[in-house]
Design a protein around this ligand. Structure first.
Ligand code: GLY
Length: 470
């Protein structure tokens, strides 16, 4: 099969890699030259991927049989609709269905209308003159979100990105004055965030392994909000703090929301990604994305069994997914992104990184390229965005994290990486955080409860339940 991949980051490199190893020929439409995609693709075109016309021309010229869209911007600009019009199936939602991500106010109102629980208290503001009174009436602490797309970087949280209600109101006013279609205020929730993606199509909703993404720029969850510095997934496809019951509650929100879109006349075909936070009241929805997460896609695609990923995507696009193609290995994964120094605040581009790929792969770690340019043999130049993702796998999360750290010895240059992702100490901290939320009055645990021994049996429903037992 000949498949068009739209986008040029590490997520799209991982999509291209998974397609390639299924025997598919890959054609790439991207605004940048991704050295990893460049290597594996039959053809690449540098285009503005938000413009449907050039993408359809490329798809026709290259006679692709299927398209998969990585980032949110082309989904929001109607690239899916234009490809379908040209009779090219797309594993990705239409512009109307993608509003669940591209308009935060649409998403909140959709769930409210269909009485889907798990929403935080929220308010939507479209008029700059109303900001002051609405913020005053809303209550603290709160979060300010632009209603439209911001690449995950526009969300401001009280206590982290601003301190007083006046500062939050000033940010909301600034967003509206600079053309944001609206602003959403949400109550600030306490808990642990996690990503629950699912393949959604006419024949059903099929869960992917749960992932925890590390959005803050610096170790210890400090610094600004970013697209994500890395992520981990657990061998049983749960998370150290996420029991089967809690995951099922999150999946219920995903299923009901997919159904709500269908009811509204915008059926969803693609990856529906619920960004949740596990609170004392259970999982609450922070946002939906209408695509694979980045970095979450790297965890999940690394686990996909060697086989028919192209057929799986074709089933997603055409509405009838063959469930025998849903094979995700029972292994833990950890992704760590190599980013420019200052990423998340004032990133410094132009640094050259030496990357000994053969040694990294020999260490059992996979490399996916993001926003970098090839700069000679074994060298890439960093831009202001995420540069290179390293993905380790093992039977336990902390072991996968250690493998990535070892492989980082083969990455030399001026860069930043969050080494705390998936470490025993970090996992124990997160598990303890949730245990204290769910079991009020619980004494601190003396054990690093989240860390399963490397040779413990996979996927027992009891494993995660035991983690939370007082
Ligand atoms: N990891 C966050 C996102 O893909 O939006």
């Amino acid at each position: 099969m000949r498949v068009l991949v739209v986008g040029g980051g590490a997520r799209e490199h991982a999509l291209g890699w998974a397609l390639n190893r299924s025997g598919a020929e890959v054609v790439v439409a991207s605004p940048n030259v991704n050295p990893g995609l460049e290597r594996l693709a039959k053809a690449t075109a540098r285009v503005d991927i938000t413009l449907p016309g050039p993408i359809v021309d490329l798809a026709r010229r290259e006679r692709v049989q299927l398209a998969v869209i990585g980032p949110e911007a082309p989904l929001a600009s109607g690239v899916t609709d234009a490809l379908w019009k040209a009779e090219i199936p797309v594993a990705g939602p239409t512009k109307a269905a993608a509003r669940i991500e591209s308009s935060k106010s649409f998403c909140r109102q959709l769930l409210a209308k269909h009485r889907i629980e798990a929403q935080p208290k929220f308010d939507t503001i479209a008029n700059v003159d109303e900001v002051e009174s609405r913020v005053k009436a809303f209550g603290e602490p709160f979060v300010v979100k632009p209603a439209g797309l911001t690449g995950g970087k526009g969300v401001w949280v009280q206590g982290a990105d601003f301190q007083t209600a006046e500062e939050g109101a000033a940010y909301a006013r600034k967003l509206l004055a600079s053309g944001a279609e609206g602003v959403v205020l949400e109550e600030k929730l306490e808990g642990e965030e996690f990503s629950q993606m699912a393949l959604v199509t006419d024949s059903g909703v099929y869960p992917l392994p749960a992932v925890q993404d590390f959005k803050r720029a610096l170790e210890g969850d400090l610094g600004g909000n970013t697209g994500g510095l890395g992520s981990y997934s657990q061998r049983d496809h749960l998370l150290p703090f996420l029991t089967p019951t809690l995951r099922e509650q999150a999946l219920d929100v995903v299923r009901k929301s997919a159904y709500a879109l269908k009811e509204e006349g915008s059926p969803f075909r693609g990856v529906l990604y619920g960004g949740f936070i596990l609170t004392a009241q259970g999982p609450k929805l922070l946002e939906f994305n209408a695509r694979f997460g980045d970095p979450e896609a790297l965890n999940v695609l690394t686990l996909y069994e060697e086989g028919d990923f192209d057929e799986l995507l074709m089933g997603l696009a055409t509405g009838r997914l063959d469930t025998t193609l849903l094979g995700f290995r029972l292994r833990a994964t950890v992704v760590k992104y190599v980013v420019p120094p200052g990423y998340g605040a004032a990133p410094r581009s132009g640094g050259v990184i030496n990357l000994d790929e053969p040694s990294i792969e020999e260490a059992g770690v996979r490399v996916f390229f993001g926003a970098v340019e090839a700069a000679g043999a074994g060298q890439v130049t960093l831009s202001t965005s995420r540069g290179v993702a390293l993905v380790g796998e093992a039977s336990a999360i902390h072991e996968a994290s250690r493998r990535v750290d070892e492989a980082l010895a083969f990455v030399k240059g001026d860069y930043y990486v969050r080494r705390d992702i998936g470490t025993k100490a970090d996992l124990a901290k997160r598990t303890e955080h949730v245990r204290r939320l769910l079991v009020p009055g619980a004494k601190p645990s003396p054990l690093p409860l989240s860390v399963a021994p490397p040779d413990a049996p996979p996927s027992s429903a009891g494993t995660a339940e035991q983690v939370l037992a007082p």
